[in-house]
Design a binder for this molecule. Structure first.
Ligand SMILES: Cc1cc2nc3c(=O)[nH]c(=O)nc-3n(C[C@H](O)[C@H](O)[C@H](O)COP(=O)(O)OP(=O)(O)OC[C@H]3O[C@@H](n4cnc5c(N)ncnc54)[C@H](O)[C@@H]3O)c2cc1C
Length: 215
């Protein structure tokens, strides 16, 4: 990814990464982006949304009435952030408490995807981005649903990743203190699936969900 003035990590610069592989890996490990934009009056907003990545683009979707999709879809400068928390870092001093994380900040502009066939195909990708294999197990969007949904393709112009790993970074003088320090890992896991009360009798838990639980 091109590195420039707006994406260069200045604060703790050694945690910055700009290669596609690292940026894509972080984007593919999450579902939620916080999308920021300013409305025509200059009022800033940050809104969390689902996304599905394809190459250097992220698809965003929502109601055609969504302010965010209308604003961002008009082609204005947009910035979004994806964050994964890997651990809580406990130091001897208050000052050095921290988190282990992987995050991406991406800049770019979005365009609306209008073609109904393209929209239907990308909605499928969205469902599979949530749970791989789920799209073919469930009903595809019909014409009304496609028309009621805005779909944007956010093209990443440039992006940075920032990654913190490892132990607390205490001051040397504090290492003598009788205070516990270390890292409490944070992991995401899937719980047992809960079948909806009105599922047709005898329909089993599908393969996509079983695969998810096995991860
Ligand atoms: C879960 C989490 C918790 C955090 N908690 C704090 C906190 O409490 N206090 C704090 O000061 N900082 C925290 N950070 C770090 C924070 O995200 C910023 O990196 C830091 O505050 C420096 O901001 P800045 O604007 O001065 O960065 P600069 O280095 O000036 O930012 C320049 C450019 O670097 C890139 N960049 C900066 N930060 C990130 C990032 N996190 N991920 C990807 N690219 C980035 C962007 O492209 C940005 O435009 C946290 C980060 C995460 C992921």
């Amino acid at each position: 990814m091109p590195q420039n003035a707006r994406t260069k990590v200045r604060r703790v610069a050694q945690r910055g990464h700009y290669d596609r592989e690292t940026i894509h890996a972080i984007l593919d490990s999450s579902w939620i982006a916080h999308v920021s934009f300013a409305d025509p009056k200059g009022q800033p907003f940050v809104i969390p949304m689902l996304y599905a990545r394809e190459g250097d683009s992220l698809y965003l979707h929502g109601s055609i009435a969504s302010r965010l999709l209308k604003s961002v879809g008009s082609g204005i400068e947009t910035c979004l952030c994806v964050t994964l928390v890997d651990g809580v870092v406990l130091a001897r001093s208050h000052f050095h408490h921290s988190m282990n994380y992987r995050s991406v900040v991406a800049f770019g502009q979005a365009v609306a995807v209008e073609d109904p066939a393209d929209k239907a195909a990308i909605f499928e990708r969205f469902v599979d981005a949530l749970i791989p294999g789920r799209a073919r197990e469930s009903r595809a969007a019909d014409r009304n649903e496609i028309n009621a949904t805005s779909l944007l393709r956010f093209d990443i112009e440039d992006a940075s990743a920032k990654i913190r790993t490892g132990e607390p970074k205490d001051d040397p003088a504090d290492r003598e203190l009788p205070v516990w320090a270390g890292v409490v890992p944070v992991t995401q896991h899937f719980g047992e699936a809960i079948t909806a009360a009105d599922v047709v009798a005898g329909v089993p838990i599908p393969r996509s969900v079983i695969n998810l639980l096995g991860r």
